[in-house]
Write a protein that binds this ligand. Sequence first.
Ligand code: MTE
Length: 349
Amino acid sequence: MLIIKNSKVDDVKNSEITSEAEYLNRRKFLGKSAVFAASTLVGGSLVLKEQVLNAQTLSTQSARVPAWLGSKVAGSRTELSAGLADATPRNDAEQLTPEEYATAYNNFYEFGTDKEDPARLAGKLTTDPWSVKISGEVAKPGEYTLEDILKPHDFEERIYRLRCVEAWSMVIPWVGFSLEKLLKRFGPTGNAKYVQFITLVRPNEMPGQNSLFSTIKWPYREALRLDEAYHPLAMLAVGMYGKPLPGQNGAPLRLIVPWKYGFKSIKSIVEIRFTEKQPKTSWQSIAAGEYGFYANVNPYVDHPRWSQATERRLPGSLFSSNRMDTRMFNGYGEQVASLYSGMDLKRYY
Ligand code: MTE
């Protein structure tokens, strides 16, 4: 499942920001009008609407982001054009993960290792002002404000599966823009072969960074080969469910690489560094035998301590764990397999 809607964000006024119910209604409408997304989207948005409207508390989490960013994110919901493409559809209908679930069950070790810690503690995170350092093998290095980073880009909504290495998965509507377009703005030199991403270190707002039991040596780091980063599916997200990203999901700027295990999708980015040599990632540094650099979703290569052949699509219920087969490259093989042609994916896991 891969759904992309484009929008021209500069035209959007605050008055155009829609409510949650309108958002879900529009999704329902989109599902009906977009013929080849019909089975999943119509089902997904109808169910989601019911769940959200019936919920006692609608999700009120909003990241502390500048007002101008909020209006840009909401703007992505005004569909000027709808470009829809479905990557190798499953037989079973895939539904959006309810927002209140995707924003409450998180991995963000900077706030603690329990799934509930990030939602409980990330409200403290200050994301305004925010800047991103561009460094390494580039023509235009520097410290850029978040506004500088985002200004030239149109936002779009993309619905992607997120498959965690822990063998659970969700389906999330992100709002963001092409990673390739951002990276190319800074003029990578001919030496740039990889791009590294680094998360904020701020222990007074991120209590997990003070923990004596932390296995991660902060900051959290991730990296991609440059050709992977230039793949059209790779994106930077600034929102989800038509709203700015909540702190627990990586406000104000995070990476999304849907064909790789979720730990590659690094949150709250403060530095992007172009390198000639392959950078070490946080999880490789902790356990290189368990977490590789590539981390492509692969049901044929198990984690040393558990199988990767299946996944639990969250949320499950009392009666069903919602277990399904995991697919190669998380179902995006048609688009991304060529990046790895000739590579032994058992060796380069
Ligand atoms: N980024 C940072 N900085 N710190 C983290 O602990 N966890 C990763 C990834 N990005 C993590 C991170 C893991 S393991 C997963 S599965 C996804 O974030 C989860 O994203 P979500 O909480 O938005 O679902």
